[in-house]
Write a protein that binds this ligand. Structure first.
Ligand code: CO
Length: 159
């Protein structure tokens, strides 16, 4: 396992569309382990592969319930809307108010290649939406209604 370098806003790779994963091999499993390690090290609740310069549809999430490794995610149902504050490891020292669906159903492939369906709401739904946006070159700052400079960057959860 190894820490990877997080790319920051302004890096063109963050604006590219990531490619679907069709093969799970040792290299991909190592990538997922490295992503978890990098996310935990940075105190993040989520990390998408393009944030470390890899244009693959892979992301990891941990909102305090243990890491989830997610490949080729697709939101198949979304309802409700919640405004809340979010941040991003690729956009340091800022946070912003972003509307997100309150409830989602997401389909994805796990690291064994099995298809999974997950219902998520609140923070978990928000993090999924934020990370999936990264796979399409979208940053939360594109959707935020207000953006703030953080006075204390330790306080915010970042993805
Ligand atoms: Co982010």
């Amino acid at each position: 396992m190894a820490l990877r370098v997080i790319r920051f806003d302004g890096d063109p790779i963050l604006r590219k569309k990531s490619k679907k994963i069709d093969k799970i091999d040792d290299r991909l499993l190592e990538l997922l382990d490295d992503m978890v390690e990098t996310m935990v090290h940075a105190n993040g609740v989520g990390l998408a592969a393009p944030q470390i310069g890899i244009l693959k549809r892979a992301l990891v999430i941990d909102i305090g319930e243990g890491p989830i490794k997610v490949l080729n995610p697709k939101i198949v149902k979304a309802d409700g809307e919640l405004m809340d504050v979010e941040g991003c490891l690729s956009v340091p020292n800022l946070s912003g108010e972003v509307p997100r669906p309150e409830n989602i159903v997401v389909e994805y492939m796990d690291e064994k290649g099995d298809k999974r369906t997950l219902e998520a709401n609140g923070l978990l739904a928000r993090v999924f939406c934020h990370e999936i946006d990264h796979l399409d070159g979208i940053l939360y700052t594109d959707k935020a209604t207000e953006i703030y400079e953080n006075e204390d960057q330790e306080e915010d959860e970042e993805n």
